[in-house]
Design a protein around this ligand. Structure first.
Ligand SMILES: [Zn+2]
Length: 67
């Protein structure tokens, strides 16, 4: 089962969750504030370190995404 990264639209908390391909994540509650409908971040199968590395890279390449 792929592991996905999500970001809460309400409190910007980031968390990971396993989702099946045919499962949606619209109703996935944020573990920090309980708000549903997180934003899915990039791809599966990565560690926190890898995720942070990609974030840092993207911040350098396209900082307009992080304004
Ligand atoms: Zn939240």
């Amino acid at each position: 089962m792929p592991l996905y990264d999500f970001e809460c639209p309400k409190c910007a908390h980031r968390f990971e969750a396993f989702r099946r391909m045919n499962e949606g994540w619209e109703d996935l509650p944020c573990p920090a504030c309980g708000a549903p409908g997180p934003r899915k971040l990039v791809s599966a199968f990565k560690t926190d370190a890898w995720s942070k590395f990609l974030d840092d890279m993207e911040r350098k390449i396209s900082p307009e995404k992080f304004r």
